[in-house]
Ligand binder design. Sequence first.
Ligand code: PLP
Length: 491
Amino acid sequence: MSHPLAPDWLVEPLDHDALDPGVWPARAVRGEDGEIRIGGLSTAGLLEQYGSPLYLLDLDDVLERARRLEDTLSAALAVSGRTLRIHYATKALLAADVIRALDGLGWGFDVSSFGEWEWTRRAGANPQHIEYQGNNKSLHELRAALSHGVGQIVIDSAVEVERVAAVATELGISQEVMIRVNTGVHAGTHDYLATAREDQKFGVARADIPALAAEIARHQSLRLIGLHSHIGSQIVAPDGFVEATRRVLELYRDLQVDHPLTTLNIGGGFAIPYTSADPESNVEQIVSMVGQEIDAFVTREGITLSTIACEPGRIVVGPAGITLYTVGTTKPVEVDYTTEAGSGVATRLYVSVDGGMSDNIRPALYGANYTVSLANRFATAPPALVRVVGSHCESGDIVIHDDYLPSDVTPGDVVAVAATGAYCHSLSSNYNALGRPALVVIEGGEARVAIAAETPDDVMARDLGLALGSLAAHPHSVGQETSGAERTDQA
Ligand SMILES: *Cc1c(COP(=O)(O)O)cnc(C)c1O
């Protein structure tokens, strides 16, 4: 019988030591001592060495997933003589180690801010392989990107045309641009087919595209090469993807009469499983349907389309990462419940860990579900329904809404949360003055720090009011009432 507080989707596993390969990194196994190991390395050992909490990324797994994805995308999209260009969406997880690994595969990158641009470039990516996104690019960042030879600028509004043209003219170059289309299709809504327009900030409405393309064509400094569409993230149903592609293809066909277009960017957004109840990734099904749609359309309409671009993020790094935490406190909480079977009181075990919404905001932001497992030993006690919570001053500071852990989980235990490689580090914060955890990568059986942890000093360093000089000058500082000689502790 399932726990009365457990959601319907949560199935209690038969073996609490098992790690579902659909959710955990490819090389995650439970060793003979009961510890979770990744690439042969003990997670509890890594936590002890590098500090808690800790983001771990299996870089070998990232590369394997990237190669597999490239094969899948090539088979579906690089057909009929077309070229495939893959841009990794850096916002999923940005670290020089990740950029270098994917650059080594010949992948390009998708950035949407000056910081992402500069970080990616400094990591060694060829600027020509970088595509610049975003709905509000400043003159400053456009100058930086264009002067270094950025690949493409994805235009998001009419205002931007003038801005990009001005910078390109100033530099005496001809800049490749694309237009982001607001297709009216949104991955997150159930009745997306009913939407003619979408009320959101990204892209240009379909009706406005011809005029915008004509405007771009008036500028000698700009070269319109194609259209771009990204309908959202964690997309499970292929229908929306296919419908968006069809709408962009129709625009592409109409524009091609007057503009020498070559490229269609279908965006990213491929879903990954976060729990055993989530469907397996269906990227193969999605891109094969999209590929068929493109092929049929191109043949039927006799258009020229030489390059298909794609921007995966989550699916590349998400499943290859985990987060390790140390358990600080546990607390059984009695909860009143009413179900179809009746009502009563049941216990939910709250397990507090040393991180939370500052290192993974997705449960609080989107109600996202994750999977947790004890990482430092075998489960011997019977399972308890748990809620894993962080250390922040918010009741919504939840890491795991619902999962099972051994009922004897205790302070000092190490727990691992699966599939945290994407949108956890990149969305992390210093809320409650917590330092952000280190990102440790595992490659070839060895671990190294890719991104250092923030110390309390790092977190406080930006507060200039804490500098010694201003402390002394502050009217409420202790030193004001005492003589200079007594204030040597501040020196
Ligand atoms: C975020 C984003 C992506 C990547 O989305 P994933 O869900 O991580 O695959 C691709 N393209 C654009 C424009 C994005 O904003």
